[in-house]
Design a protein around this ligand. Structure first.
Ligand code: 5GP
Ligand code: ZN
Length: 142
């Protein structure tokens, strides 16, 4: 269902104009208003989902095919040397718009890589084992 008070629902369904590079019955792919790089795009499902956890299995299955297609087109059209796929869920992860979206970010040699980064820490084998067990245990319940 689309939500009238959701900006990305309105963009995805064409009620608000956007620089659309791709559209099918499920998704619209637009240029980001404040791009982190030349050609930064967003894949928006036309149905509302707050985040990945609300996105239906059907949309999840189709999403990666769209992502690969537009990423490849951007690579060719813009001469990007690399592409980041980024998808934020929750404020802690940097999500600012509560309608699922996947960022497709073309990358060029010499980019600062400022948008997609984390600080690598040394890992503790015991802690890693505990994390491994905790996630596997949760998965076994699904
Ligand atoms: P988030 O931080 O939630 O993962 O990313 C939200 C993204 O949406 C940002 O990159 C921001 O620039 C983009 N954005 C927010 N509002 C609009 C809009 O009205 N139009 C477009 N094209 N992009 C938007
Ligand atoms: Zn929405």
């Amino acid at each position: 269902m689309k939500k009238d008070d959701c900006i990305f629902c309105r963009i995805a369904n064409g009620d608000i104009g956007s620089n659309t590079v791709y559209e099918d019955e499920d998704f619209r792919v637009i240029l980001d208003l404040n791009p982190g790089s030349r050609g930064h795009m967003l894949i928006l499902p036309k149905e509302h989902a707050d985040d990945l956890f609300e996105l239906s299995d059907e949309y999840c299955e189709k999403l990666m095919l769209v992502a690969r297609k537009v990423a490849l087109a951007a690579k060719e059209a813009l001469g990007a040397q690399g592409i980041n796929l980024v998808q934020n869920n929750g404020e802690a992860a940097g999500q600012t718009v509560k309608h699922f979206h996947m960022h497709i970010i073309p990358r060029y040699d010499g980019d600062d890589r400022g948008m997609v980064n984390w600080t690598p820490h040394e890992s503790d084998p015991e802690a890693q084992k505990q994390i491994e067990e905790a996630i596997k245990s949760e998965l076994s319940k699904m």
